[in-house]
Ligand binder design. Structure first.
Ligand code: EPU
Length: 434
């Protein structure tokens, strides 16, 4: 398994570019299953999860061409199976996004039931209940979810999610697009990734209104067509870079981002003493304020509030802030795994249930630490960048799932970071190098 070796203490300086959003590209790739025509996606990030999603489509029988590195041309003309295998689902939960489009277009789908993962139990009961409301029959067979539309086609329905679910909303949008009649989703997720998916699907001939609000209306259509679409910038990568500038006391420009997608993050970090200026619609200038970082409490909530996917990075940053910061995690029940690793580096963090209090500031010093999930890995990288001495982060395959060329990008703004490749495995993140 590859590791990162980071020598901390260098203030980051220069320009860094944001990649396409992983969590938008994943459902957009799945949406290509809704038509037998070609869907062309640009700005698809070159990260492990997208390589897995591409493999999933190919296993189903789709062809995926990449005429350029970040452009995917997907043709799901001849689908040969309706099943996403356990092998894929166990490596990536977003494989469940195949359920909606397969069920919508072919009236059948089989996907291994995802198990729990490092950040929580993460059931898909809300997806399945919604499919049933659209007329699907769902059975659990030997650990697989088998879904069928008995009449061949789903039927539009009123769906009210008990809890906001991002991939649940996306799955229902894709399933309902080809149903007969109208579907209304209430308490829908409002993430920018939902809007991006709706934009692509509407270009493909779907009739979706209200994406980005709590109520989404979908008028089912008979068939969908090919389309071309550019994936939005990754707002969590943007937020991670903001935290990287602030934690190292550096000064950076973040380009090709969309600040309007991370208002809550910008506001929260502003309160904590990070100066963030919007130079234009896609560029941010970031530096730590002269008066330093100040403790500030935060609660994670669905968009447009502070995202759970920035919680770990925020925790790392607050280890350098003056005072106590209370961090409340309301989305996933087990998303504080990074806290104990940060503590090994010198942080002072106490945890009570879903609340963590960071007592800052504390000097961090390099250590050997273990990445437990994607965003936890990002928080360890941030901590290592400001720690004295060397930090060796193990299990960085987690970060490879969602951060494109992170080593190369951070090096370009002055970070002393290198990848130590495990000699027994070829570098999984092709093209990354060190
Ligand atoms: N939930 C249920 N039942 C369901 C679905 C969700 O109880 O059927 C619960 C979850 O257990 C969780 C809450 O509802 O407590 C919200 O989960 P959600 O369904 O919104 O999460 P997700 O769709 O599985 C996406 C992102 C995650 C991100 C969450 C929350 C993708 C591919 N993944 O997951 O991204 O943390 O929304 O914003 O879009 C990441 O990128 O690191 C990541 C984990």
């Amino acid at each position: 398994m590859d590791k990162f070796l980071i020598k901390g203490g260098v203030p980051l300086k220069g320009k860094i570019e944001v990649s396409g959003a992983k969590n938008s590209a994943l459902p957009c790739l799945a949406a290509a299953l809704l038509t037998d025509e070609t869907v062309i996606l640009h700005n698809v990030p070159y990260v492990k999860d997208l390589i897995t999603q591409r493999r999933l489509l190919e296993d189903l029988g789709a062809t995926v061409l990449t005429p350029e590195l970040r452009t995917h041309k997907i043709s799901a003309t001849s689908i040969v199976t309706f099943e996403a295998s356990y092998e894929l689902v166990k490596t990536m939960r977003a494989s469940v996004l195949a359920l909606g489009p397969l069920l919508g277009r072919f009236g059948q789908a089989k996907v291994s039931m995802p198990g729990g993962c490092a950040i929580g139990t993460r059931p898909i009961d809300l997806h399945l209940k919604a499919f049933e409301q659209l007329g699907a029959v769902i059975e659990l067979e030997s650990g697989d979810v088998v879904a069928r539309a008995p009449k061949g086609r789903l039927v539009g329905a009123e769906i009210g999610f008990e809890k906001v679910t991002v991939t649940g909303t996306e799955n229902v949008m894709m399933a309902a697009a080809l149903a007969t009649g109208k579907t209304t989703i209430r308490n829908a997720a409002r993430e920018p990734e939902i809007e991006d998916l709706a934009e692509l699907m509407n270009r493909m001939g779907a009739r979706i209104r209200g994406a980005g609000t709590e109520t989404i209306e979908i008028d089912g259509v008979e068939g969908m067509n090919g389309a071309e679409h550019t994936i939005i910038p990754d707002r969590i990568e943007t937020g991670t870079f903001i935290a990287a500038a602030a934690i190292t006391g550096g000064e950076i420009e973040i380009t090709r981002c969309n600040p309007s997608h991370l208002r809550a993050v910008i506001a929260q970090l502003g309160t904590a003493g990070v100066e963030i200026a919007e130079l234009n619609q896609s560029t941010l200038a970031v530096r730590r304020s002269a008066s330093g970082l100040k403790a500030a409490d935060v609660t994670t909530e669905p968009h447009p509030h502070f995202p759970t996917d920035m919680q770990a990075q925020y925790m790392a940053l607050m280890t350098q802030a003056e005072g106590d910061s209370l961090i409340r995690e309301t989305i996933f029940e087990n998303r504080f795994m990074h806290a104990s690793e940060l503590t090994r580096m010198g942080a002072n963090i106490s945890i009570h249930g879903n609340e963590a209090t960071v007592h800052g500031p504390t000097k961090l010093s390099g250590a050997r630490v273990l990445a437990s999930d994607l965003r936890a890995s990002a928080s360890l990288v941030l901590a290592a960048l400001c720690a004295t001495g060397e930090t060796l982060i193990d299990r960085v395959y987690h970060i490879d799932r969602g951060y494109e060329m992170i080593v190369r990008k951070l090096r370009s703004i002055g970070a002393d970071i290198e990848r130590i490749a495990d000699s027994s495995s070829a570098n999984a993140e092709a093209g990354q190098g060190v």
